[in-house]
Ligand binder design. Sequence first.
Ligand SMILES: CC(C)(COP(=O)(O)OP(=O)(O)OC[C@H]1O[C@@H](n2cnc3c(N)ncnc32)[C@H](O)[C@@H]1OP(=O)(O)O)[C@@H](O)C(=O)NCCC(=O)NCCS
Length: 368
Amino acid sequence: MPYAHITGWGMSVPSKVLTNDDISKMVETNDEWIRDRTGIRERRIAEERQSSASLGAEAAIEALKIADLLPTDLDLIICSTSTPEHIFPATACIIQDKIGANKAGAFDLSAACSGFIYGLNMGAQAIRSGSSKNVLVIGTETLSRFVNWKDRNTCILFGDGAGAFVLQASEQPGGTYGAVMHSDGSGGDLLSIPAGGSRNPMSELTLRTGMHFIHMDGKEVFRFATRVMAGATNEAVEKSGWTLDALDLIVPHQANLRIIEAAARGLKMPMDKFMVNLDRYGNTSTASIPIATVEAVQQGKLRPGDKVVFVGFGAGLTWGALAAEWTGPRQATRRVVKPGLFPWIAPIRSFLRRLGRLIEGIIFGRKA
Ligand SMILES: CC(C)(COP(=O)(O)OP(=O)(O)OC[C@H]1O[C@@H](n2cnc3c(N)ncnc32)[C@H](O)[C@@H]1OP(=O)(O)O)[C@@H](O)C(=O)NCCC(=O)NCCS
């Protein structure tokens, strides 16, 4: 059975920064309160031209560069997002077209902030089963479009961004090991966007009552999160046949510093074993784990051979963890066409396919 190695990683965040002081001009809050209760100092906000697909595609290309793969080498794209471009088509398909991954299947996965763990596990299973060789897993969000900027309970927390991993099949032991995925739908109402789906389609009433925004019971979500983080980490470690003291790093979902500190206490592990960057990005939901991982690698906190656990929780309720031995980048091959060229080539290919469809339609009319 092949192993699923993480051979590429990338991130993309908007350049526009929104500080706590900026938010204090919009709602009654202040920098000290937000830092004290959450650890967040600032977050990134997408420009109008940016979207979940554009950020996701940029992160994907960065990950492919490190893995030394072309988009055309991919068999599968899994895009985890709670802020998709549309209900359908899937954001994964929009990214597939943007990067020119013309041999890949593509679908979205909805498991809120746990989505990247779920996606990584599904991607790894596709490789372990032999059905895929090269899988791209993306976590991307533009939560700023669903935040009620008049609600101080939620608007202080969230930010925009994307991260991506490339998974590759290899006979060499390593890569992903034990993983767990959990859910408890009885807590679905604790964190939700009530309108915009088939239960409450968008209407004048849903707009007037703000049901298209994020609604959250912060205290209950906090309690749930502190309960599940340590447990899920322990489960993934046990499933891998490892012990906690063998871990080099834990990359937790970046929601609130106090939640991460509670997990550290629960696991009896020092805080320096936890990657934390929520002070600069806030909670980017499913993108937070890959973004934190990219920065951990850049800061030398995650090196080839290290044992790492990714652990997350979120709406659903969902939670999960995945253990991995960090592989590091593959040896680069010398080739003329580089992954970075594809964002330029892919739109031409996409245009030609649309044109071909138009011409076909003119020639054959509407007959099947
Ligand atoms: C949202 C959260 C930061 C609130 O912190 P808290 O310590 O629970 O704060 P409380 O909700 O108890 O509010 C305490 C007081 O601060 C006030 N308050 C709430 N938000 C505030 C803000 N942004 N600025 C200033 N005061 C605020 C409340 O109104 C309350 O005032 P009151 O005592 O007069 O009623 C915290 O509950 C949390 O992080 N929960 C988890 C959320 C999360 O991670 N969601 C995403 C999951 S993926």
